[in-house]
Design a protein around this ligand. Structure first.
Ligand code: DAH
Length: 339
């Protein structure tokens, strides 16, 4: 038996010696130490050994097994080390190669402009709210003093979903939602998408964005409107910006006006950018019509307010001197990267 074990051991060592790859060493392990390996076979042959000799033989088998195992492990460790060293020699990392560029996106110019407007009004104590894009006729028109037969309601300019439900044409509808909540005073801006049945050109799109503003409190006057919007213009376009209010008509404000700012390119002298005018139109505004307050449950004898509406794309186009609104929607990365 002893001889048999010596033979097995010698053969195992010979095979380990001859192995030139990890897989080969693994084969040796299976062949000699595995369940169907030679040493296991010897243990299975124990029944032919005299009972009093069995412990002795068992011990011998275990010793042989331990020896083979030890040498095998050592060989595997050495082999792994050799493989690693060979890999280090052949795999050279060239630190002078240019790094792979990470394409990080950034905010859209309209988003940058919106965040700027929000920052200015939040700084003045305003809340930023949102209203629904799919709107009832009542909120988009009726409650804003635009009754069924009003020319501003021309069906051509509106996307109707049913006779009574439509895609809002103006963020002014959020004024009504805020007033209906019945929590006064109100100091809010409401940015959002609006829709009109317009053909696409350099200054029109069937979908664009507005930022609505509404302030309602006791003793709010036209002076508050002018002071607030003049400050807004200075923060947005620069400290030296002047504003001008031209009388206008909006059904939900009385009086109503459009606000122009001095051209921030020429300072008001007149240039190509402002088409020689010196002034650039920026927004519509006015004192909230008493009937509009009343319809939303606010007593016009106690409260008054002002409102305004700004086109977001218009602000972005002006701020970044972009001459075609379509560029904002095309999402051409070469264009967007510039801002
Ligand atoms: N909703 C108007 C529009 O789309 C803009 C506007 C004008 C909003 C005057 C206002 C306002 O709140 O007071 O043309």
């Amino acid at each position: 038996m002893r001889e048999k074990l010596e033979q097995i051991k010698a053969e195992a060592l010979r095979q380990i010696e001859a192995s030139d790859a990890l897989e080969k060493l693994n084969e040796v392990r299976v062949n000699f130490l595995g369940k169907k390996g030679e040493l296991t076979a010897v243990l299975k042959g124990m029944k032919d050994v005299l009972p009093e000799e069995r412990p002795k033989v068992g011990q011998l088998v275990n010793e042989t097994r331990a020896e083979i195992e030890k040498i095998l492990e050592e060989s595997i460790r050495k082999m792994e080390q050799a493989v690693r060293e060979a890999k280090m020699k052949t795999e050279v990392i060239d630190v002078t190669l240019p790094a792979r560029k990470n394409n990080v996106g950034h905010r859209h110019p309209s988003t940058i402009a919106l965040e700027e407007v929000e920052r200015i009004f939040i700084g003045m104590g305003y809340e930023v709210v949102e209203g629904p894009e799919v709107e009832k006729d009542y909120y988009n028109f009726e409650a804003l003093n635009i009754p069924a037969d009003h020319p501003a309601k021309d069906e051509q300019d509106t996307f109707y979903i049913t006779g009574d439900i439509l895609l809002r044409t103006q963020t002014s509808s959020t004024q009504v939602h805020e007033m209906e909540k019945g929590q006064l005073p109100i100091r809010m801006i409401a940015p959002g998408r609006v829709f009109r049945s317009d053909e696409v050109d350099a200054t029109h799109s069937p979908s664009f964005h507005q930022i609505e503003g509404l302030v309602i409190d006791k003793n709010i006057t036209l002076a508050d409107l002018k002071g607030t919007l003049a400050e807004f213009a200075r923060e947005l376009f620069g400290e030296s910006t002047k504003v001008k209010f031209r009388p206008h008509h909006f059904p939900f404000t009385e009086p109503s006006a459009e606000m122009d700012v001095t051209c921030f390119k020429c300072g008001g002298k007149g240039c190509r950018f402002c088409k020689g005018e010196g002034w650039i139109e920026i927004l519509g505004c006015g004192m909230v019509h008493p009937h509009v307050l009343e319809m939303s449950g606010i007593d016009p004898e106690k409260y008054s307010g002002f409102a305004f509406g700004v086109g977001l794309e218009r602000i972005a186009l002006l701020k970044y001197e972009i001459d075609d609104m379509r560029l904002l929607y095309e999402n051409d990365i070469r264009f967007l990267k510039q801002f």
